[in-house]
Design a protein around this ligand. Structure first.
Ligand SMILES: Cc1cc2nc3c(=O)[nH]c(=O)nc-3n(C[C@H](O)[C@H](O)[C@H](O)COP(=O)(O)OP(=O)(O)OC[C@H]3O[C@@H](n4cnc5c(N)ncnc54)[C@H](O)[C@@H]3O)c2cc1C
Length: 450
């Protein structure tokens, strides 16, 4: 299958907004996605889990290429090697969609790599920035790799429901940090689902602060994984997103100096966690749109060439309507994903890498509901479109030869990755019920009229 892209993910309504620089950025990201990510992703997908993390694996080559091209610096402030002018939200979405089009797994690896280091950029001391952020930003070979160690064997969704109303104050984490001298000692483990866990050199770690702490008032630290007491589990063998190895991380009396703790054990953690989920939601949404677009383009290209009933199957009305429905869903998901990303970047973050409100755009309070909803819509659309793409391609769509088969497996994982759709929806629903402004409803007056 060709997999070439003609529309390049430009939503019709944004055509006029795109400047030359945005177009160049997008076209280069598409080239990288097509020439680097997608071929490597297909090789990795077919490899055994242990081989994917062994020296010489294409995974490391791809990460090194992305670093050599400076993709990890795109979202950093200029002072740490980021673009002279911060990327606009639209430009961010364009890049994320292209990378997602190339590979969900490798893009997940690219994003989780950034999480510990952009957190240091936003919240770390100058010393920590010099120690961790600068070497990572200057890396052009892929020597460092970050991961997000949040979920645990006993707490998956429990960690992803950040809105008030989700009572997590009685829940005990399986990773506990105990105060010791000028730092904390970590004891416990994170789940087998940590993306890039088996290859990570650094982790953004959520842990319960003290034996009496709980999930609601946890803390958040960046931990180098080459320190004594860190152990990795075997890479997991998953249905999809196989191009990003997942695996457990164990912490056995691992000392974390105070300087590495970015959010202490106070109520700020709940605010931080909520904002972090706004950021991850609006980051993964354009990636999911890229997955959907990849499936649509594969299906359209195949349908144009496949002849049944003496004509290309694109002549059959059912195929036309299916392709139309796919297109409509992608455009709607893309528009919402981009709006939500722009909103969250303006209201929840002080520019790229920041996590504090921008005084010029005070938070409106609607970021949580819109970020979750945009994420849910984009992921659902990715799954539905990938499902329909397989149907359009018939038996070929189910074969390992076809990209649609991989896209369907990857898109299925999206319904769980970074929070299940249901739990994300509960989070948004709590926000709506608690904060969405309506006029007062006088039920007694209504009943009196009956
Ligand atoms: C591809 C992929 C990548 C991932 N990457 C990472 C990563 O980088 N770092 C990391 O730490 N984790 C990662 N995860 C883990 C991911 O965050 C969790 O899988 C997800 O949050 C769900 O947790 P769980 O799998 O334990 O499911 P559970 O929480 O056990 O949920 C099981 C089912 O119960 C439902 N459920 C759970 N709680 C409730 C509730 N309160 N009310 C109603 N229904 C509920 C869920 O919707 C689901 O259907 C990844 C997972 C995947 C699939």
């Amino acid at each position: 299958m060709g997999g070439s892209s003609t529309d390049l993910g430009v939503g019709f309504l944004e055509l006029e907004e795109l400047g030359d620089e945005d177009r160049m950025l997008q076209s280069e990201a598409h080239r990288v996605a097509a020439e680097v990510l997608r071929p490597a992703a297909r090789v990795l997908d077919a490899m055994a889990p242990a081989d994917r993390v062994a020296p010489g694996s294409p995974f490391f080559e791809v990460m090194g290429t992305l670093k050599s091209l400076g993709y990890h610096r795109l979202f950093l402030p200029a002072e740490y090697g980021g673009p002279p002018e911060p990327l606009s939200p639209l430009a961010q979405a364009l890049v994320l969609e292209e990378l997602g089009w190339g590979s969900l797994g490798l893009t997940t690896a690219f994003l989780t790599d950034m999480l510990p280091f952009t957190s240091v950029a936003a919240l770390g001391s100058d010393e920590l920035k010099q120690a961790l952020l600068v070497p990572w930003a200057e890396d052009e070979e892929g020597r460092f790799h970050g991961c997000w160690a949040i979920t645990e064997p006993d707490h998956g969704s429990d960690f992803l429901g950040f809105r008030e109303g989700a009572d997590r104050s009685s829940m005990r984490s399986q990773l506990v940090a105990t105060r010791q001298g000028y730092g904390w000692v970590l004891q416990g483990q994170k789940s087998a689902w940590v993306s890039s866990g088996p290859v990570a050199t650094h982790a953004a770690v959520h842990a319960q602060a003290g034996p009496d702490g709980n999930l609601h008032h946890s803390f958040f630290a960046v931990v180098p994984l080459d320190v004594p007491g860190v152990r990795k589990g075997a890479p997991a063998d998953m249905l999809g997103v196989r191009d990003d190895p997942q695996g457990e991380i164990f912490f056995d009396d691992v000392f974390v100096p105070d300087a590495n703790v970015l959010i202490g054990s106070d109520p700020l953690y709940a605010v931080f966690g909520d904002q972090l989920l706004c950021v991850t939601s609006t980051t993964i949404a354009p990636v999911a749109v890229g997955v959907a677009r990849a499936a649509f383009e594969e299906a359209l290209a195949y349908a144009r060439s496949r002849v049944q009933g003496g004509v290309p199957i694109t002549e059959h009305k059912n195929i036309q309507l299916t392709l139309y429905a796919m297109f409509e869903k992608i455009e709607a998901a893309r528009a919402y994903a981009r709006q939500a990303l722009a909103h969250v970047r303006r209201t929840s973050m002080a520019g790229p890498g920041g996590l504090l409100a921008d005084p010029a755009h005070p938070p409106t309070g609607s970021s949580p509901r819109h970020s979750r909803a945009a994420q849910i819509l984009a992921k659902r659309v990715a799954y539905e479109v990938a499902h329909d793409a397989v149907q359009v391609c018939g038996a070929f769509g189910l074969s390992r030869e076809s990209l649609t088969e991989k896209l369907l497996r990857d898109a299925r994982c999206l319904l769980v990755e970074d929070g299940t759709l249901e739990v994300l929806a509960f989070d948004a629903a709590r926000d709506l019920v608690a904060h969405y402004e309506t006029s007062d409803y006088d039920l007694e007056e209504v009943m009196a009229r009956w």
